[in-house]
Write a protein of this length. Structure first.
Length: 293
């Protein structure tokens, strides 16, 4: 996954944690920071949206790499994509006992999953291994979570998972089938970007039962909606104020830009000074006036 921009988040940095509306205001400042002839630094790059299959594969790649939780965000107008994420969140919620369970990776190998060449963007990777996975133990079950990283199929992949050696068959959940396990060996095939989650009863030797940690909290629902923000009344009120401020400033900046297009720099500065009279802390507007002058 490529990171195409630097985002501001409400997390601890060199100063104390930012209040939510402070982060919101900082993002609005970025949005309004483009000067004449410049592209806003927060403009998303051109490209296609992620597909449903890619959403699933991307999430399971994180799980296979050891992630115990995943967060998504989307821009406005992406409701169909967001609904896909809700479905995916509901699926991951159903296996959360494994996501927060004991990691089991020792001895896990994949054979017959190598692509001689795999092209991603402008890069060609040689002898690329398509399948990734991780073992996880809950209080009384063991899971092997795997995913095909590529859009290419992988046939008859041989998976050696010593932590499944105590089982003879595994349920392939989400697929309504079972598969034989022989001394920890599973042989299965993958469509492009497909995930397989194998679950067996019991724990491998040497792994003790432990209670599954309680996950979630007041910001988590039991429905497919998965996550929602529980803002306090005070925060909601401040966000409403900031939204009104943002709308006002966008309207006034548009007026100023229209005047600039007509060559009326003094008129544009007059509009921006009126904004400063209302919001003296608007440093981006103050800088805009300096640039125009």
């Amino acid at each position: 996954m490529d990171i195409l921009s630097a985002d501001r988040y409400a997390i601890k940095g060199t100063k104390d944690n930012n209040e939510l509306w402070t982060v919101y205001r900082a993002n609005m400042a970025v949005k309004l920071s483009a000067t004449e002839g410049q592209v806003n630094i927060f403009t998303p790059m051109a490209g296609r949206g992620i597909t449903r299959a890619e959403s699933w594969a991307q999430a399971y790649m994180c799980v296979a790499a050891g992630a115990g939780g995943i967060m998504w965000f989307e821009f406005n107008g992406a409701q169909r994509k967001w609904n896909d994420f809700l479905d995916l969140g509901k699926e991951l919620r159903s296996i959360e006992e494994f996501l927060v369970g004991v990691a089991l990776e020792r001895g896990l190998t994949f054979e017959n999953d190598v692509l001689p060449e795999f092209t991603t963007g402008s890069t060609v990777l040689k002898d690329f291994k398509q399948i990734r996975g991780i073992g996880r133990a809950s209080k009384d079950k063991t899971a092997l979570i795997t995913v095909n990283l590529t859009p290419h199929s992988a046939e008859n992949v041989r998976i050696t998972a010593p932590f499944l050696a105590h089982a003879e068959r595994a349920a392939v959940i989400f697929e309504n089938r079972t598969i034989p396990v022989k001394n920890g060996l599973i042989v299965d095939s993958y469509a492009g970007l497909e995930r397989h989650v194998y679950v067996v009863d019991g724990l491998p030797e040497g792994v003790k039962q432990r209670p599954v940690p309680k996950v979630g909290g007041p910001c988590v629902t039991d429905s497919g909606a998965a996550w929602r923000l529980q803002a306090t009344g005070k925060v909601r009120g401040r966000l409403a104020e900031e939204l009104a401020r943002d709308r006002f400033m966008q309207s006034e900046l548009k007026k100023a830009n229209d005047l600039l297009q007509k060559g009326d720099k003094e008129g544009a500065c007059r509009v921006l000074r009126a904004v400063l009279d209302r919001y003296p802390d608007a440093q981006d507007v103050r800088e805009r006036i300096r640039v125009i002058q």
